[in-house]
Design a protein around this ligand. Structure first.
Ligand SMILES: CC(=O)SCCNC(=O)CCNC(=O)[C@H](O)C(C)(C)COP(=O)(O)OP(=O)(O)OC[C@H]1O[C@@H](n2cnc3c(N)ncnc32)[C@H](O)[C@@H]1OP(=O)(O)O
Ligand SMILES: CC(C)C(=O)C(=O)O
Ligand SMILES: [Mg+2]
Length: 541
């Protein structure tokens, strides 16, 4: 059998639930592990290393439950780690029983430093243990993986010998770990080529790689390994794991996806083939990343490749301009490929007019060139003070700088009666655009609601209040209350874009008065925008 050369695709072995969980503070309970395992199956990983069954009763149960619930015939292989010790292997075999496809992953160190100080054993003793324990694991399951721990710092001649014996004893996957993240990519590639060339029975097993990110090189090492014959990659979601973490699944998968034509020849495929190199459903990547981050409490740094908050966000004007003209000017992947809805154009001090105009249009403002320039000056001034400008900031800029709304309706009087034993009632008087003073009253769920209902009876423009906020701008009992209102047009004249928001703003020591003024302010903007096409006015009493 020539297992290795038959494999024209890359097997993704996820160890988030084993090595990933080994990072300080990332401990998961059984249910959390099960939740992640289900998501890993949706993501399409080939193998889930569900835990280290011997390590604790909780890990045993987690491996067992995952084997039962996720390890179905058409699901992933479920794997448990085990030291090269009979009791570890027995526990792994027992926990994996419910899995349709179970794998025991047994390991023992091969570097002199580990042999001398950790295991206190000779090379000959470790060779014999490896051989014996692989055979023992094989007595339980067909699928056995063997790892010579700290392979990267092991004497190559000894490493070849151990691997040959492990394969002869039944290992179907030989996994080559850079346990301490020491190697450079070309050295790692050379190590894999050395194994291919010097382990006589290597074709009877899949060559796998496992690596850590102590020098930030794990993914780069793995890609060199693929070029030299590795066909299984052991990795974790968000790259979590022991110390600086493991090689990150999303980075590996997307590197192989985006650059598949570069990697094709190394897998014996035609260069131009567009067929995926892994069976990962890339659209599940972002969701899986969020889930792992939430459940482990391990935050993802914003500039993390693929899944960081900034991975598909652009702030600088030149990039945003390019993106708006053609996404490929500044992106090598489509955000949708990893399950995000879209690329983000973040408006900040580095942004330019094109992105500013585009976002305003999305918010329903189609400004003339002159107005746009005016608003843009204000935008840059504000952006110097704030890291990121929200849609609300943009609305405020346009409202203040561009739309000098005439005071069509003017608040003359607002009076409320409320308390714990009375129904909140408000009376308002407004001067209308025709100069007439109208008064009306209404009851509501509270004083502000009553005021707004009374104002609506006078103004008579259908609208939907979508935000009301009140904040104090000075300290103490006599603080000034600042009220901000956001509303949408609720009618059907068809002249106001459906997404257009009208904001109103007012400050007063009496928050009921501030609320009434802010509302009238927003209604004036809405009313003004309706005027040229359809005179709604003539308030009906
Ligand atoms: C590179 C890796 O990621 S390896 C996996 C690391 N993961 C973990 O260690 C998490 C789970 N571990 C545990 O829960 C515990 O360490 C246990 C249950 C496995 C063992 O606990 P203890 O019996 O108390 O041993 P302890 O952890 O103190 O020491 C490890 C022992 O295993 C031995 N050992 C380490 N690796 C191996 C191996 N691959 N095969 C055989 N023996 C090993 C060590 O030499 C040491 O033996 P000693 O006690 O005779 O000196
Ligand atoms: C158990 C082995 C594969 C490991 O995690 C390592 O060497 O880093
Ligand atoms: Mg590891």
């Amino acid at each position: 059998m020539n297992v290795q050369s038959q494999s024209k695709r890359i097997i993704i072995f996820d160890t988030t639930l084993r090595d990933g969980e080994q990072c300080p503070g990332a401990t998961l309970d059984v249910d959390e592990k099960l939740t992640i395992a289900r998501q890993l199956a949706r993501l399409g990983v080939d193998v889930i290393e569900a835990g280290f069954a011997y390590a604790s009763p909780g890990d045993f149960t987690a491996v067992q439950k995952i084997a039962q619930a996720v390890g179905t015939a058409d699901g992933p292989v479920i794997c448990s780690l085990a030291r090269a010790i009979p009791n570890d292997i027995k526990a792994a075999a027992e926990a994996l029983k419910p899995a349709a496809k179970g794998r025991i992953h047994t390991f023992i160190s091969t570097s002199d430093i580990h042999l001398e100080y950790q295991l206190k054993k000779t090379r000959g003793e470790v060779l014999a243990i490896a051989e014996e324990m692989v055979a023992y694991a094989k007595s339980f399951v067909e699928d056995v993986e063997f790892s010579p721990m700290d392979a990267a710092r092991s004497d190559p001649a000894y490493l070849y010998q151990v691997l040959e014996r492990a394969i002869a004893s039944g290992a179907t996957t030989i996994n080559i770990p850079d346990t301490v993240g020491y190697m450079t990519p070309s050295e790692f590639g050379d190590m894999i080529r050395g194994i291919k060339e010097n382990v006589p029975n290597v074709d009877q097993a899949i060559i796998s790689v496992h690596g850590h990110n102590d020098l930030g090189l794990a993914v780069a090492c793995f890609l060199e390994a693929v070029k030299n014959g590795a066909r299984q990659l052991e990795c974790t979601i968000n790259g979590i794991g022991e110390r600086a973490g493991n090689a990150s699944l999303e980075e590996l998968v997307m590197a192989l996806h985006v650059r598949r034509q570069y990697f094709n020849p190394f897998l014996g495929r035609p260069v131009a083939s567009d067929a995926p190199l892994t069976q990962i459903n890339t659209q599940e990547i972002y969701k899986t990343s969020r889930m792992v981050s939430t459940l482990t409490g391990m935050l993802v740094q914003p500039n993390k490749a693929i899944v960081g908050a900034n991975a598909f966000a652009h702030e600088s004007g030149i990039h945003q301009d390019g993106m708006l003209k053609n996404r490929q000017t500044y992106e090598i992947m489509d955000a949708q490929t990893i399950g995000l809805t879209q690329t983000l154009l973040v408006l900040g001090k580095h942004s330019g007019r094109n992105a500013f105009r585009t976002r305003l249009k999305e918010l329903g403002y189609d400004l003339s060139e002159q107005d746009l320039n005016k608003a843009f000056v204000r935008f840059k001034e504000l952006a110097d003070k704030k890291k990121e400008l929200s849609d609300r900031d943009l609305e405020a800029i346009v409202n203040d700088e561009v739309q000098h709304v005439p005071e069509l309706f003017r608040l003359e009087l607002v009076q409320v009666s409320c308390g714990n034993r009375s129904c909140p009632t408000a009376t308002v008087s407004l001067t209308t655009p025709d100069g007439e003073e109208l008064t009306d009253a209404a009851t509501g769920t509270g004083p502000v609601d009553a005021v707004y209902k009374a104002i609506n009876r006078v103004v008579n423009v259908p609208n939907q209040l979508i935000e009301y906020s009140v904040q104090s701008v000075t300290a103490g009992i006599d603080a000034i209350g600042e009220v901000t209102i956001r509303l949408k047009y609720g009618g059907s004249f068809g002249v106001v874009p459906a997404n257009r928001i009208f904001s109103g703003h007012a400050a007063n020591t009496d928050i009921i008065v501030a609320s009434a003024q802010a509302y009238v302010n927003a209604l004036n903007r809405l009313y003004a925008s309706l005027q040229p096409v359809e005179p709604v006015a003539t308030p009906v009493r």
